[in-house]
Design a protein around this ligand. Sequence first.
Ligand code: AMP
Length: 416
Amino acid sequence: MISFKDFNFHPDIDESIDAMGFTKPTPVQVSTIPIILENKDLIACAQTGTGKTAAFLLPVLQKIVEEDDFEGTKLLVIVPTRELAMQIDQHLQGFTYFIPVSTVAVFGGGAGDVWDQQKSAIASGVNIIIATPGRLISLINLDYLRAENLRTLVLDEADRMLDMGFYDDIIRIITKLPKKRQTLMFSATMPPKIRQLAKKILTSPEEVNISIAKPAEGVLQGAYLVHDEQKPALIMDLLRDKPELKSILVFSATKLNVKQLYRQLKAQGFSCNAIHSDLEQHERVTVLNDFKNRKFQILVATDIVSRGIDIESIDLVINYDVPSDAEDYVHRVGRTARAEMTGVALTFINSRDVRSFKNIETLIDSEVHKLPLPPHIGQGPEYTVSRGYTSDYPKRKGAPKKGFRKDRKKVRKDQP
Ligand code: AMP
């Protein structure tokens, strides 16, 4: 069995690993750390929750410390969202407690003074930059980036970045970096477009595949077949009288749904809050921190928090709607059972979502157990893919078919 000692890290790094409470490396760390220490390029298929952040930060820090060279920007980490940037920065604060490296997280949406701090940190050659593509491009346009000393580029959640349309930005950023560098690409999935990007920007990369798009071990998954109008009653039922569950994350498809569900839960006296893209950045940070610090029990969220956010020990994840993208299911479920802890993930499937959920089951290569509805909630839909147009309402006279179509359109328009 491999231990952290086998990597021969500098004692200051070993000490920070101890201080973080890590006792043994996770599988992704075991596979990737030696490759990164050998200065090879890497493409790693690993989802959030596998310990991938430490997998790239630790060896890069080791190389900086080993060379005792703290001059200029050595590492650039490009990430899709500000939440992930902040999370990696937090990890870094832990790992660099005993090491004199400087770091900055760079993302949009902050106040003017934050922008000024980011600009001056970058211009002064801060050692490690964690950045979202848009904000970094702005800084490059203003000619602030000093990349001549850069040794390592990390693209984290590369698939997510391409989904968000950052391909051109990434390529532009890369043209500003030294050609001789190590490039590490982490992605939860490996669609062809990721392979193409890898071919373009990596040199003879080693490949590591940890997840194959499966939720981390230890997640108990279950699903309810339920009509939309039964969902509020079912979720109340599941959440009521559960003081032993300290942190519960509920995902819903759109911010409208999130706001509505939040209001319903609040009205029933649940200790809850909501996070969605209408909140200002400082409000999102406060909500996430309060959730992390267990100031309230239930967080209702759109997809913005499903990837990358590092909240430890979530006891229960509920997908109030089936995520339309099968990969998102894996990410959401990945919020629980982090780093080998156990958790539960439950998904509500209405008749329209049966097809999407079957796709998820194909992707994760297993059948999720379908749980019976509590009797007072009534009968749910069948687990069969409906052909052509169907209503999700239970069959009864006058089911509002037109309204359903409108509703569906609204859902599409109002993606998170
Ligand atoms: P990540 O996949 O990088 O988002 O990491 C998921 C979580 O696992 C974070 O809370 C890390 O602090 C934690 N973690 C990472 N490596 C280890 C390890 N070797 N032992 C225990 N926890 C870890």
